[in-house]
Design a protein around this ligand. Sequence first.
Ligand code: GLA
Length: 384
Amino acid sequence: MSSRILRAAMIAGLLVTASCSTGGRRETGEGTKVNKESFGKTADGAAIDIYTLRNKNGVEARIINYGAIVVSIKTPDRQGNLGDVTLGFDSLDGYLGEQPYFGAVVGRYGNRIGKGLFKLGGVEYKLARNNGENHLHGGIKGFDKVVWEANETSVDGAPGVELRYLSKDGEEGYPGNLNTKVTYSLSDNNELRIHYEATTDKTTVVNLTNHTYFNLAGKGDILGHVLTINADRFTPVDGGLIPPGELKSVEGTPFDFRKPTPIGARINDKDEQLERGKGYDHNFVLNRSGEGLTLAARVVEPETGRVVETLTTEPGIQFYTGNFLDGTIRGKGGQVYGPRTGFCLETQHFPDSPNQPDFPSVTLAQGERYDTTTVFRFSVEASR
Ligand code: GLA
């Protein structure tokens, strides 16, 4: 059993606790607010709402109950100008169409499972193969493409929204009814906190993450952003981006981000791993001294001074440089999203863990509770 999974005596109470939904504007603490507005309807007629979380500094995160998607995050630059630091769309249509997981919660298993096959208790499960011969991000209709039930909430006085989704036994090939809850909250310390919880009625695998693409300048490519990743090792991949199991030292490779380094400094180096990913699309093994939230990554955009730090309880982080963005998507304000115009920091268990007994376990049994937290903390760095 993985350390992130806590035995919960009162599981029944965990995910069925109702919370009140008042609609409209709700005061959650000292001047912080959740605002709920309509964002349109799906083709099936499901109502989609957009929840705006705002803190006392004017920092704002907007979330919809389709895909539990983060539509935008506005943070100040060095001059105090608020700007959106995420890729996405101005309206629901963009999210309903083919799109590369902008802002979404991905699950039931974020990242890849080799050949879409794994075994639990001697039974082989077959998942959809939606990425070549492999399974990616929960399958054809993953958690990024479902309607979640949303309620405004507050977390330690911070405005929040909680989203629930029941993934049925057999959905996309996974065993067990999975009761999932994701809670976003925005603190006055400019921390967007994502709390993931789940329980099952049959042993299954779970790996939830958020697929927000960041661009702290709000335009252009992300090659000049300066990145630090708290990882001595990463998991190299085969041609299908599946890790065969090795944990490789970053020392002397373009994967060494232990000191702040521009993302673009080595991205075009002649390196088999970078060639396989068409850039960075790799899981880093986080250095940690114990359980709990640890700093995984820090990114600074030198021109605006904007900073995002990622803290997580997870053992890994997928650093993806938007290599598959090909300029065919027109996003917010008509912006064309070409290659490397956004980066993702997907906190997670390692790819293909169900088939790698030496990787931290992603198995969740009946009576256990999946409970992980990731924080995106925003700030500005003083002028150089
Ligand atoms: C993940 C994967 C990438 C790519 C993107 C979506 O980050 O690791 O290979 O599939 O999602 O385009």
